[in-house]
Design a protein around this ligand. Structure first.
Ligand code: NAD
Length: 498
């Protein structure tokens, strides 16, 4: 199967040696020798066997990150030198974009062009944005007025200091981008990192570790431990040597990770699940809304934390919009990542495919009607047909739960307050989009939507300068922008009596 994909010599060479994790600037094996397999989701074939890190391996990685944090070569490095290193890393990722895109596409199932011009390009753009931050991190000065020291000549100021060793646990939907989201601000702030990629998609994180080394970061500043969530991930989350845990993944696991982290008083940021509404107002440009709603749910096979998985359309135009999205779904070409005709790839794993199919069956059993799709595609690999369900009600699990696959539920609404209440009526609050040019309505809705991001006439568009994160059970803290970098720092207050 792999021969058929026409992989480059560089990618084939990497795959032949991709049997390591990365600690202290070196490829290493798990101490106890366990391994796990990574798969090509379009065929179900194994493509690599990686070390399955256990607690002792995580110990070793954390010790390496600690030593690197304490090493003056990193700790005392001037901000402009950190800036240059992060830029060099971004340049190296760009120079290796074709290979990184192939590895990502092979391991995740997303189209190779999307991987290259979407994922790899976004990772580069993100790191370049973050490279600007080391020289801009600053504290404040203030004039104290302490009532019981009226005559003292006091001077106060604050410093931003790196939080220390960071444990970063990431999911499989955008493996390289997620790694960049963690490394960029952590390195900008001067931290060191132990990164645990998802067991489904470890390959690009390992290539990235090599590029970090090539860029000239001191050994141990970035370590990558491969392994299973409940072993390597759990050991990292609970490690007393970790000063901050940054996690992206499901709300369920996020809570476990958060509880483990708080036992060590590790700082914490969590980017979790979502069930984002797409709300089409009566004045919307119908063609744009149909295309936008289809992209909002079907991009990346629906495996996007902000996927627009609930479509609410004003009743005056519901049929047109819902049928328009269903017709796009019906025509989508399913296939592997390396076929130019492919419009939708497989889901990442057999487990994820079963999970998504389980939700669809449950929805249909509870009375939903499939306007498009409604099951697995009849072919090898972990494919699910793009699915649009109507005749749903707000209590159904397909409306309430994050499915994380190409499944849209569509319903109509009559007025703004009604749709706002329904849009806010899940445990999640990650994203939402409004499709309208009615400024009065849009401005009425934006403050009333409980979500970290609100898009207007677009969906799933992110910029590194805009903070990203969730309300409610969608998480704690923000990635991107100033907030992300500051979340990898401690604020130290200094008071001087002069
Ligand atoms: P998951 O939570 O099972 O896994 C995410 C990561 O956590 C993986 O690296 C996994 O190995 C690790 N993990 C699993 N169990 C663990 C444990 N007990 N202790 C520590 N680590 C553990 O999520 P998933 O199903 O693989 O990924 C999909 C989920 O991620 C979806 O719910 C999606 O919404 C969420 N997600 C959120 C964002 C965001 O930015 N908010 C982005 C992408 C994905």
């Amino acid at each position: 199967m792999l021969e058929q994909y026409g992989l480059s010599a560089e990618s084939r060479a990497f795959l032949e040696t991709a049997n390591f994790m990365w600690i202290d600037g070196e490829p290493v094996q798990a101490a106890a020798g366990q391994t796990f397999e990574a798969f090509d989701p379009a065929s179900g074939q194994p493509i690599a066997a990686l070390p399955a890190a256990q607690a002792e391996d995580v110990d070793r990685a954390v010790a390496s990150a600690r030593a690197a944090f304490d090493n003056p070569a990193w700790r005392m490095m001037r901000p402009n030198q950190r800036e240059r290193l992060i830029h060099r890393l971004a340049d190296l990722i760009e120079a290796n974009a074709p290979q990184l895109a192939e590895l990502e596409a092979l391991n995740n199932g997303k189209g190779v062009k999307i991987a290259r011009y979407g994922d790899v390009a976004s990772a580069v753009n993100y790191l370049r944005y973050m490279a600007g931050w080391p020289t801009k991190l600053e504290g404040q000065t203030m004039e104290p007025s302490v009532p019981y020291m009226p005559d003292a000549n006091l001077f106060g100021y604050t410093r931003r200091e790196p939080v220390g060793v960071v444990g970063a646990i990431i999911p499989w939907n955008f493996p390289l981008v997620m790694a960049a989201w963690k490394l960029g601000p952590a390195l900008a702030a001067g931290c060191t990192v132990v990164l645990k990629p998802a067991e489904e998609t470890p390959l690009t994180a390992l290539r990235l570790a090599q590029l970090v080394q090539e860029a000239g970061f001191p050994p141990g500043v970035v370590n990558v431990v491969t392994g299973l969530g409940d072993q390597a991930g759990a050991a990292l989350a609970a490690h007393p040597g970790v000063n901050k845990i940054t996690f992206t993944g499901s709300t369920e696991v996020g809570k476990l990770v958060g509880k483990a982290a708080i036992d060590n008083m590790a700082r914490l940021s969590l980017e979790l699940g979502g069930k984002s509404p797409v709300i089409v107002l009566p004045d919307a440009d119908i063609k744009a809304a149909v295309r936008g709603a289809a992209n909002a749910i079907f991009f990346n096979q629906g495996q996007v934390c902000t996927a627009g998985s609930r479509l609410y359309v004003h009743r005056s135009i519901f049929d047109q919009v819902a049928e328009g999205v269903a017709s796009i779904a019906d025509k989508m070409v399913l296939g592997d990542a390396f076929n130019d005709a492919t419009q939708m790839g497989p889901l990442v794993s057999a487990r994820q495919q079963q999970r998504v199919l389980g939700y669809i069956e449950q929805g249909l059993r509870q009375g939903a009607e499939a306007l498009a799709g409604g099951g697995a595609a009849e072919r090898d690999g972990y494919f699910v047909k793009p699915t649009v369900l109507s005749q749903v009600n707000d209590q159904m699990s397909v409306v309430q739960q994050e499915i994380f696959g190409p499944v849209l539920v569509a319903d109509s609404f009559s007025d703004l307050d009604e749709v706002l209440a329904r849009a806010n009526g899940t445990q999640y609050g990650l994203g939402a989009s409004l499709w309208s040019n009615d400024l009065k309505a849009v401005h009425y809705m934006i403050p009333r939507i409980q979500a970290g991001t609100v898009w207007v006439n677009t969906h799933n568009v992110l910029d590194p300068a805009l903070p990203f994160g969730g309300y409610k059970q969608s998480g704690i803290g923000r990635e991107m922008a100033r907030q992300a970098v500051e979340s990898f720092t401690e604020t130290k207050a200094v008071l001087m009596n002069l």
